[in-house]
Write a protein that binds this ligand. Structure first.
Ligand SMILES: [Zn+2]
Length: 382
């Protein structure tokens, strides 16, 4: 969800190789014009991109938490340009806007930094336009592309970037981090890490803001009660969840923004203000998408637990208990397992995956969720 404030290299965890590589580039004053961060989802690529941007734009030459670095962290630095998907894609219009922003002199005089998040979501047209920026590097402009894998990007784009690989973070490491850095008790750290699906960013957000896991919990509740509701009740419940998703707004942290804008020249201030507004609306959309994903993952965790009970059964004894994602729902899990078999549970999980894909593809939430309820309910026997 809201990735929270990022202020320095300490915010990146478990990526020693990537961080070491980047810091030595900074130290040598030899940062390639275009970097490509690749690696699994949720391991800190975007966070690192922000820290690297702070370092590139900082008067000291490294991320040191000064006012300039803090503006990068709050995404209100006039020379930091974020490209992120709107809905499914990064469209060509956004790349054109970027080009014209880069053609102007940087406001703070240390050049421009562009971060392209989910770079694979550029449309073919956008990627083509972007190629021009890549091929004809402007002085003092750095590009950081973020993507899960290089294979999902056009080879022409990849070949012009220096790749920096991020590795997946193991359960153990994540657990250690939650214990040592976030101060969670060992057991809680273990179960939280598992629930977050090993996704570092999600686990940290949930550790710091337990209320952020609300959509995930709703998903679990929904899966636990779906069979026993009438179709109408089930649809009503989905509708209330959909409404909550729709009303979800991120809180903006605007501390110091007005004062900073007042100190800028009028044109730069106007541009920054407009960009902030557009970014805020895109981030709202994105937060809704992430919340919907949490909801579906919460449901899926319930069915995964049922699968575990069906496959391992009573023979698993205490081992099963420690493997359940929702041990506190044991009674409900056993009850629902009595109405399903492995094949049906597998189909439930499949339906959930499809629903997730439909939401990512911007299919109407109401349609997706009500379809999902009807489908999953039809999989129960008796
Ligand atoms: Zn700084």
């Amino acid at each position: 969800m809201n990735p929270g404030k990022v202020s320095g290299w300490d915010d990146v965890f478990g990526q020693e190789a990537a961080v070491g590589h980047l810091r030595s580039m900074l130290l040598r004053g030899d940062v390639p014009h275009a970097l490509l961060f690749t690696g699994p989802r949720g391991v800190g690529k975007f966070t690192t991109a922000l820290v690297m941007s702070a370092a590139l734009l900082c008067p000291s030459g490294d991320a040191d938490g000064c006012p300039s670095c803090r503006r990068v962290a709050a995404r209100m630095h006039p020379d930091l340009h974020l490209l992120e998907p709107e809905g499914m894609n990064i469209r060509v219009e956004r790349v054109r806007e970027l080009e014209s922003a880069l053609s102007r002199k940087s406001v703070e005089g240390r050049g421009h930094v562009v971060v392209v998040d989910e770079a694979q979501s550029m449309t073919a047209e956008a990627a083509n336009a972007f190629l021009k920026t890549l091929e004809e590097p402007l002085p003092d402009t750095h590009l950081i592309l973020v993507s899960e894998s290089r294979d999902s990007l056009p080879p022409t784009v990849v070949s012009r970037c220096r790749e920096v690989r991020f590795t997946s973070i193991g359960w153990r490491e994540l657990e250690e981090y939650l214990v040592r850095r976030e101060g969670l008790p060992r057991e809680e750290a273990r179960s939280l890490g598992r629930r977050a699906g090993g996704m570092f960013g999600r686990a940290v957000t949930w550790a710091r803001h337990p209320e952020a896991a609300v959509y995930w919990k709703r998903g679990v509740e929904c899966a636990a009660s779906l069979r026993r509701l009438t179709l109408r009740e089930a649809l009503e419940r989905m509708e209330s969840c959909r409404r909550a998703l729709h009303e979800l707004r991120l809180e903006e942290e605007d501390e110091g923004l007005e004062a900073y804008l007042a100190a800028l020249d009028r044109k730069s201030a106007e541009r920054l203000r407009k960009r902030r507004e557009e970014e805020a609306s895109r981030r709202d959309k994105r937060a809704r998408r992430l919340a919907a994903r949490d909801f579906l993952d919460g449901m899926a965790s319930f069915y995964r637990d049922i699968m575990l009970l069906i496959v391992v059964g009573d023979e698993g004894g205490e081992a099963v208990e420690s493997m359940l994602l929702n041990p506190e729902w044991r009674k409900e899990l056993e009850r629902e397992a009595g109405h399903l078999d492995a094949r049906r549970v597998y189909r439930c999980l499949e339906r959930l995956r499809e629903a997730g894909k439909a939401l990512e593809a911007n299919v109407d939430e109401e349609l997706v969720l009500s379809h999902l309820v009807t489908e999953i309910r039809s999989l129960y026997c008796g």
